[in-house]
Design a protein around this ligand. Sequence first.
Ligand code: ATP
Length: 290
Amino acid sequence: MIGNSNDDFTLSVKDVTKRFGRGKQQFTAVNKISLEATTDSAIGVIGESGSGKSTLARMIVGFEKPTEGTITINGLPLEQWMANPTDLLEYRRIVQYVAQDTSSSFDPKKKMGESIAAPIRKLLKIHDKDEIVQRTETIVSELGLDVALCSRYPRQLSGGQRQRFALARSLVVSPKLLICDEVVSALDVSVQGAVLNLIKKESAKRGIGLVFISHGLPATAFISSDLMVMKQGDVVEAGSVQEVIEHPRHEYTRALLHAYSYGQSSSEQVLSEQSQGSNPSSKELGNELV
Ligand SMILES: Nc1ncnc2c1ncn2[C@@H]1O[C@H](COP(=O)(O)OP(=O)(O)OP(=O)(O)O)[C@@H](O)[C@H]1O
């Protein structure tokens, strides 16, 4: 097996480009993007629809191959992790991806408990039935779900409950990096804040790095310590949340901030929500934020 994923984790994305199509139809979805993430990172990726956010995420998890550039984890190229089944499984364990559409990410024929148990068996290689049940029930209750919901099918849950199960399924394998791709966009506003608080609290508590992709600036600023702003495949702005919000250099970032001004200076508003929310036990994120 390559690497030792129990050591510190570093993801390095260097000058990564993705082009789709051929000839005259070819276009660049992601253009020479670089980023570095560790278990301490909380990187927010924000940008309009079609700016390349999901393509970037899909390359990091290995669902798309970069046209150019390199992705390494703990110094080893992603292709090397993908080259044999054992390393691939380990990569799937340490880098977890939660997407927006939870209705299609669960097998409709499997009860929720079985969907949580599957990665325990496959990625943690635990086969003892009692231990699987115990781990499943622990993570499910830690994420604020009633254990009884484990015997329901995906269609029998609300969107918010399914999203929590999706997080449970990712967290149960103790990943090093969690990539959340528009995980709250499809949820009713009444549960968005709760799910955001959960992601922030659980990733900090468990020492999991976060890449949080969203259209929503306040939610992304709340979750993240650094921000990357994407537009048409390019990163037009990057830095700490405070830098980007207080000194937006690109017109697009300024327009985003302007859109979220609710009565006071937009940068003050976003930053105060971020700092208040940085300790969810003292101040939980309001549901109206996203
Ligand atoms: N497999 C593919 N084949 C061809 N084009 C693709 C493919 N995947 C994505 N694209 C295109 O690449 C561009 C970037 O898409 P991507 O899904 O990464 O954007 P996004 O910023 O995540 O958008 P959204 O916020 O709407 O999810 C879009 O123009 C999209 O149509």
